[in-house]
Design a protein around this ligand. Structure first.
Ligand code: HEM
Length: 409
């Protein structure tokens, strides 16, 4: 067995750590390839190690055991959901499900959504122009991805809210994080059960009466012998819908960075068409929505100077890898003029790379561009804080003031 006591410790049990983890991560990263968090879980810190851990075959995605460590047991609704979710699948089943769902979420299809995304973004800002103030998450970053997702899915708002409304009460991603309370477990189990029941009913309706929407496309995808099964369809659909929440966090973080860096907002405003890609990639790098991705050793192996037994869990620290000076120059600087092709790890990499990245990117890019096109002199009306002890990097309220700008066609 390894002794991890010589490794740097990240003080993840301290609420203050979550307000600005980056100095801790930078210090630990220079000392060592891996650290441990307050629970003793290994954290992979450096860029090359992070890529290898997510991309190679020596490590694989954590299975259902991650939820079992958090106190979810077989028979619990969240356990059942996750056991059948795409993120837990491996090998042939994973490739088959990804292939079928991926076609519905392709980049070409998602780029076609851009005029619709801009329309919703403008409509949300129209309501706030006179006031010259907004609550970023509530008024813009939250409703925009939700409206985009609803219109893309093409299903009626009442159907959607009944299926997914309960899931907005809890952030399922946080059930994989460091602070899973009995209350969170209860809420997560209850909401996922309601959501699964309703989604199964929607699939039933589409079986009886197909429509031109994602539910029907998922039902019909693939040849007869490779079709998605009932147990695969429901978790897949709810994963796709629920992921819109991460898009919200990125847009809110972007708005905060533009308030803090008016020079960067000016660069985007001067040439939104050509700069929006760089702006979105930089927000994703600098403020990743999901702070870590869980992996485990696929066999007994040696890595990072340690002997790891098969099944040893670890976390790839996206926050650390995204600011590793070995891969990004001046990594602590928010700079939207970086080469956007040098993408960060915020969508993961390898077999489980985010399936919705094209939709998320199109939404974040248009959201940031429209925001700076319409809003000048953006200022923070409060000093925002980050919600501590959660897997998703989430601002606890962000009020902004701005001067409304003339809308250009
Ligand atoms: C900015 C917003 C988003 C971020 C930061 C994000 C990030 C991620 C990350 C880090 C993973 C896990 C990668 C891994 O385990 O190696 C993931 C997986 C996934 N994401 Fe996203 N995501 C976002 C938006 C979306 C959207 C909008 C959708 C759906 C339209 C989506 C669908 C999925 C799916 C289905 C998976 C599982 C893929 C698999 O296991 O094969 N995501 N995402």
């Amino acid at each position: 067995m390894n002794d991890f006591s010589a490794l740097p410790v990240l003080p993840t049990d301290d609420a203050g750590y979550w307000q600005d983890p980056y100095p801790h991560l930078a210090e630990a990263r220079e000392q060592s390839r891996v650290a441990v968090n307050a629970d003793g879980l290994l954290q992979v810190l450096r860029w090359d190690d992070a890529v290898e851990t997510m991309k190679g075959t020596r490590f694989i995605a954590e299975g259902i055991e991650v939820l079992e460590r958090k106190g979810f047991n077989p028979g619990d609704p969240l356990h059942t959901w996750r056991k059948n979710a795409i993120g837990t699948m491996e090998g042939d089943q994973h490739r088959r499900v990804r292939g079928l769902a991926g076609a519905a979420l392709s980049k070409r299809k998602m780029d076609g959504l851009r005029p619709m995304i801009r329309r919703h973004a403008h409509a949300l800002l129209d309501e706030k122009m006179e006031e010259g103030a907004l609550e970023a998450r509530h008024d813009y970053a939250g409703p925009l991805p939700r409206r985009v997702m609803m219109e893309f899915l093409g299903i009626a708002p009442d159907e959607m809210m009944a299926a997914m409304g309960p899931m907005s009460r809890v952030n399922i991603v946080d059930c994989f994080g460091p602070n899973v309370t009995p209350q969170l477990r209860r809420d997560a189990n209850e909401s996922i059960q309601v959501s699964m029941d309703h989604t199964a009913m929607l699939f039933e309706k589409r079986r009886a009466e197909p429509k031109d929407d994602l539910l029907t496309a998922l039902l019909e995808a693939g040849a007869q012998n490779e079709k998605l099964e009932e147990g695969e369809l429901v978790p897949l659909f709810s994963t796709i819908f629920g992921s819109g929440a991460s898009t919200t966090s990125i847009i809110a973080s972007g708005l905060m960075e533009f308030a803090r860096h008016p020079d960067q907002a000016a660069i985007l405003r001067a040439d939104p068409q050509n700069r929006m890609n760089g702006a979105s990639e930089e927000v994703l790098r600098y403020r990743p929505g999901i702070t870590g991705v869980g992996q485990k050793a696929s066999t007994d192996l040696e890595a990072f100077g340690l002997e790891l037994e098969s099944g040893t869990p670890l976390m790839v620290s996206i926050g650390s890898a995204n600011r590793d000076p070995r891969n990004f120059e001046n990594p602590e600087t928010f700079d939207i003029t970086r080469d956007p092709k040098n993408t960060s790890l915020s969508f993961g990499i390898g077999a489980h790379v985010c399936l919705g990245h094209a939709m998320a990117r199109a939404t974040v890019e248009e959201a940031l561009a429209v925001f700076v096109e319409r809003c000048g002199e953006i200022e923070l009306a409060n000093e925002p804080s980050w919600i501590p002890f959660v897997m998703e990097n989430k601002l606890d309220g962000l009020s902004l003031r701005f001067r409304g700008l003339e809308r250009t066609p």
